[in-house]
Design a protein around this ligand. Sequence first.
Ligand SMILES: Nc1ncnc2c1ncn2[C@@H]1O[C@H](COP(=O)(O)OP(=O)(O)OP(=O)(O)O)[C@@H](O)[C@H]1O
Ligand SMILES: [Mg+2]
Length: 242
Amino acid sequence: MISVEGVSKSFGSLRALDGVSFEVRNGEVVGFVGLNGAGKTTTIRIAVGVLPPDSGDVLIDGYSVTREKRRASERVGWVPEIPMFERDFRALDYFAYVAGFYGYSRSEAVELGRELMSRFGLGDAVRRKLGEYSQGMRKRFALALSMIRDPPNFIFDEVLNGLDPQGIAFFRQMAAEFRRAGKAVLFSSHILSEVEEIADRVVFIHRGRIVADMSIDEIRSRVGRDQRALEEFFFKLVGVGQ
Ligand SMILES: Nc1ncnc2c1ncn2[C@@H]1O[C@H](COP(=O)(O)OP(=O)(O)OP(=O)(O)O)[C@@H](O)[C@H]1O
Ligand SMILES: [Mg+2]
């Protein structure tokens, strides 16, 4: 369970987040949608504990990211907007290195690495250097890494960006499995059709404020299944074109 509670954050005179609150319950997949610069990445960085909020807090299964950072962080797997890795590492070695921090022995880590990487279609690329990985391969690799500890919560920032249709299908499948397993999943995306397909609920953010928090059923009952109508609904929410 992820509870974002009244989070505010400024960068200099820019108020990037202004009292952001929403929840992702266990067994729920929530889309996080907003225009460029709306505040998605800032919210996510605060929620995973890499950026401190000015005020407010995020609770991960009840643990505060500001006061119990370690406990909170170890309960959430995340994929950053732009995953960066040591370019000279071979993928499987890097995987094993990271898994080592989580207490896996080298041989266990290598086994898990092979399993997760082939699950994400990287089975043939385990020995390649990360610097040679394409953008989409890096996203797939980041997804595999986020699953190392099988955490109960996941946060994905623009994870669909750069993924090919097969990669998107892997993600869709993964989200459905997480839902069945009772995990809480938050993912930001600009691809409204995929958000509609994957999420149970959508949280809309605009200029650092939550402007709507709606289930997919509610959205469908308002706009139907037409893509154009869905886009217009979104633009109206964020006041674009008015
Ligand atoms: N480190 C920083 N220093 C200064 N301003 C920042 C910093 N990080 C984010 N911002 C500003 O905060 C606002 C929110 O940015 P954020 O990255 O959270 O948006 P976003 O919703 O993730 O956008 P996108 O869809 O483009 O990824 C923007 O105005 C951005 O310029
Ligand atoms: Mg972003």
